[in-house]
Design a protein around this ligand. Sequence first.
Ligand code: WT7
Length: 637
Amino acid sequence: MGSYSISSLPDYFKQYRKSIKNPKKFWNRIATENFEWYQHWNKVVEFDMEEAKITWFKNAKLNITKNCIDRHLATRGNKTAIIWEPNDPKEKSQHITYNELHGRVCKMANVLTDLGIQKGDRVCIYLPMIPELAITMLACAKMGAVHSVIFAGFSASAVASRVNDCGAKLIITSDGSYRGNKVLELKPIVDEAVEKCSSVEKVLVVKRTGGKITLKKNRDVILDDYYPKASKDFVTKIMDAEDPFFILYTSGSTGRPKGMLHTCAGYMVYVAYTFKNIFNYEENDIFWCSADIGWITGHSYTLYGPLLNGATTVMYEGTPTHPAPDRFWKIIEKHKINQFYTAPTAIRALAKENYEWVKKRNLSSLKVIGSVGEPINDEAWHWYNDHVGKRKCPIVDTWWQTETGGILISPIPFVTPTKPTYATLPLPGIQPVLMDEKRNEIMGNQAEGNLCIRFPWPSIARTIWGDHQRYKETYFTAFPGKYFTGDGALRDEVGYYRITGRVDDVVIVSGHNLGTAPIEDSINLHPAIAESAVVGYPHDVKGNALYGFVILKEMGESRDKKNLEKEINQVIAETIGPIAKLDKIQFVPGLPKTRSGKIMRRILRKIASGDFDNFGDTSTLLNPEIVEEIKNARIEN
Ligand code: WT7
């Protein structure tokens, strides 16, 4: 591989300036020097921010698996590509070399071909963190099928809505999964989902737990029946730069799932580039990102980013505290991890445990530690710095989104001086701007506003699958000509960014991105409920927790409230998943609404977080008296 590293702060500023002055030249060089292409592009970038049409590396031909696997075989064939650490510490971990990975991916691609999958078909993958998750994704990539990984904690109806939205022909799942002390059955969830999915022709089952499963004739197949016989030869599909690569669903402000589409070339270039620089990756480093591959973090920095750089990446199947609260630290010690990347919610949870758990483990292999998914508070930042990084490892607080494909704002280790709770500076090629409510750009430092990005970067999602209009409206209309992130941010006196949190109806709970609208839709399915409003409020471990304000129908008034609360959470768990359950439920006689009928969520957010100081302008409310009433009955703890 060529070189694209940033070596010092002056070098960062130099490269940053160049990347803004001439983005085409900047990305042209990186893409040319660091990847294998079947055919060069004839234009680096083309875009229309009004129509939300973006093209990178037009007419280039490539396959990401050539760059993730094949090109490493000559020099790194016997190097470990993936270390798989099982849930049970007594079970043996797997070390999969690049050679083995190549063979397993080819075989898998042949299995998928036998099941009728071709270039352009969508394949939903609903698997726990086992090697087959990575292998099936890579197999899809190799054959040009579009994978859509669905986090294996989602309920049957959440699975069904995603499968239907993308029209998947095949679902890949397992009999079950191990998570801590629990064995979860996955196949029955898929069975229930597929009842509602007419596009699905086959279900491929990977055996993990050995649990009893029922197979539907002509639809369900067991991987073991195909895999051993499959050939190790597979002809890689040649992909166009802008061919669909994968779809990943994220939350939005309506109940309909929002399938972000990433394309082949831009995603590859940006993710490889950011992985190398943000984690200061050097040959033979062992990298561990603890995120589940079902989220974008896992796609970009557990799987594709490391493999593109020929790195060794760790995949862990279990939970941070299984069988004891030192599991993460034990994994770092066992595999001599050099870069560790996790979420603030995990840091806060582990910081609550006895300090001896982390102190007893040898973490001296660590060089860089990272944080992602939500703002990291001061206390958690310092605990991470003191006890995990031992004040020797720079913390990279990386800000980005499912939509951005890769990290946009982050310190570069040993280059950017870190500042607690700040994501610091944009990566080369990234132009953040702060906008005020009147859509004016806020110039100068020491400012706060809505975070937008001025110019497209290679890994920006190209559309929402099947709904380009929604893509345009969600991201490109609030601030015309710019990509709107949905986050608020402040810029300090030296130009460092700190992300202050969502300014829309998305709440980040334990690092999970949840839309309040789909949760409300789900609550309203309960026959005793007339209407509901869900907001986030600060929580010391989860970052945010969910508070529901619920109006009962008359028939609900006489019901036992504790039972109702349980039922509400049960509906949510069934329709979305347990991660979206409410922490507090308050039954209210009404909701504060504007004359146009819009719920004034700003007030509910303040009440939920116990901040009664200043409700701002309530003059547009139809029913201002309801505010006092809700406030007085707020659920404390
Ligand atoms: C939202 C995106 C990016 C991968 C994981 C989440 C929040 C993400 C940070 C950070 C403050 C952060 C934002 C963003 N977020 N990283 N370092 N500091 N907030 O991806 O599920 O698409 O969520 O996560 O609010 O918009 P996602």
